[in-house]
Design a protein around this ligand. Structure first.
Ligand SMILES: [Zn+2]
Length: 457
């Protein structure tokens, strides 16, 4: 029996810093970072010159918000220009000398040219620290074995995550999902893990496949934690319940790869979701903007807006006022879970939003509605568009699977009830096409609910 109270936070000093002290630390680091970026990066110097700002002008968060935003398209263009002009992708944006850059990560790069994160050893130490803070809060300790079942080629969820887990003293099994579901299950049998990190869709797929592949339920794998990553869903109560029941595990959502924006959800029942605690504020300044006017929104309880982040105390490729198009909802009141720090929910991506008769609809909201009908439906569905969004000519076409347990004659009633839920909760009247279970392809890496099929009139 231990006679000391075990610490619940990895870095008590920083993670419990009062709000005003954290803001003061951020401002101090911001001033230094802006001067550093200006001095070392032609890309950022141009951004500031465009509004006639010099580093000495940035003495407040308000003054900082006058610097123009940076977008993914600009980052791609800077990479290309840099290759053309200097023979390497990061001369324009990376601020550290080339010999100090020891790792290049990328976003998942599902569309277009991947965008790069360039890190020095200092930056890698920061990322490791953030992973440690997240898993420690969730209760992972040295001795726990974690199965990393994400696409390892999705770099930020690959090697950087493995390193972060090792940094906090837990044991990682970086199996990846490239080898298929059976291989992941084989390694679970061989290594007795207590936790798994995977996409919610892969979790759902494992629950379906376990009886057939290994002759037992996913619940019997002995996993105590399911960490959702790589796609939305970990904050969806219906998805959380399905994973919690299927694995008999606690479900956490978390975000943050090889960069500075990291969060982890609370230890709470699966039918609740209070958002993710933002645990990397000392290295990441968050701003919120009105998505249409791009005007700043105060970060206060209940605020929602497009997220813009700036890396602080960062050497390699320190993003400054970077907008990735994610929409956040903020909570700053003390959390029932007892953990410190403000929270955020990712409510959608500006890119995924569909507009149907003036109503903004996110695929996640559609998924939530469909999952309420489990086990009569499998939960797999596609949204079919005749041309890329966001504007959709109504009705929205949804193809979805009914479960083996129901018969064709049950469908009209099921459809009627589902349409009424869609009308009430999502404010849309979609056209549903029912297909038998296992008809739609299962995507192991990242599920894209929206399929665009050009139709020819
Ligand atoms: Zn909490």
């Amino acid at each position: 029996m231990a006679f000391y109270k075990e610490r619940t936070l990895w870095n008590e000093k920083i993670e419990t810093l009062p709000r005003e002290d954290m803001r003061a630390l951020q401002l101090e680091r911001l001033k230094k970072q802006v001067a550093y970026n200006y001095q070392r990066s032609p890309f950022y110097r141009d951004k500031m010159d465009a509004v006639g700002a010099e580093p000495g002008d940035i003495q407040s968060f308000k003054a900082f918000s006058n610097i123009p935003l940076m977008t993914k398209e600009e980052q791609r263009k800077a990479q290309e220009d840099s290759i053309e002009k200097y023979g390497n992708p990061y001369a324009l944006m990376a601020c550290a000398p080339r010999e100090k850059i020891v790792r290049i990560n990328s976003t998942s790069g599902t569309t277009g040219t991947p965008t790069l994160y360039t890190l020095t050893q200092h930056d890698i130490d920061v990322v490791n620290e953030m992973h440690a803070r997240k898993y420690w809060r969730a209760g992972i300790r040295p001795g726990d074995v974690m199965i990393q079942a994400l696409s390892l080629s999705m770099f930020t969820g690959g090697l950087p995550l493995s390193q972060g887990i090792m940094h906090m003293g837990a044991c990682v099994v970086p199996i990846g999902i490239e080898g298929g579901t059976k291989r992941v299950l084989d390694f679970i049998r061989l290594t007795s893990p207590s936790a798994i990190i995977a996409t919610p869709s892969f979790g759902q797929y494992m629950i379906e496949k376990c009886p057939q592949l290994i002759g037992k339920d996913a619940k019997e794998l002995g996993l105590k934690w399911f960490f959702c990553a790589g796609e939305p869903g970990g904050g969806n109560p219906e998805v959380r319940k399905m994973l919690a029941q299927g694995f008999g595990a606690k479900v956490f959502d978390h975000t943050g790869g090889g960069h500075a924006f990291h969060g982890i959800s609370c230890d709470e029942p699966p039918d609740q979701f209070s958002g993710m605690h933002f645990i990397s504020e000392d290295h990441c300044l968050l701003e919120l903007l009105d998505p249409s006017t791009k005007q700043p929104i105060d970060i206060e309880h209940g605020a929602t807006g497009e997220m813009v982040f700036t890396f602080l105390d960062w050497e390699g490729g320190p993003f400054m006022r970077y907008s990735l198009g994610d929409l956040l909802e903020i909570s700053v009141d003390p959390c029932h879970c007892g953990m410190p720090g403000m929270r955020f929910k990712i409510i959608g991506r500006a890119d995924d939003m569909l507009i149907i008769k003036g109503v903004n609809v996110y695929p996640e909201a559609i998924k939530t509605a469909i999952l309420k009908f489990r086990p009569k439906v499998t939960g797999f569905f596609h949204i079919l568009l005749s041309k890329p969004g966001p504007l959709v000519e109504p009705p929205l076409k949804i193809t979805l699977e009914y479960d083996d347990s129901i018969s064709g004659s049950d469908l009209p009633l099921l459809e009627e009830r589902m349409l009424s839920l869609f009308k009430e909760e999502v404010r849309i009247a979609p056209q549903l096409t029912w297909v038998p279970a296992q008809t739609l392809p299962r995507e192991l890496k990242k599920t894209n609910f929206i399929k665009v099929k050009e139709t020819h009139a």
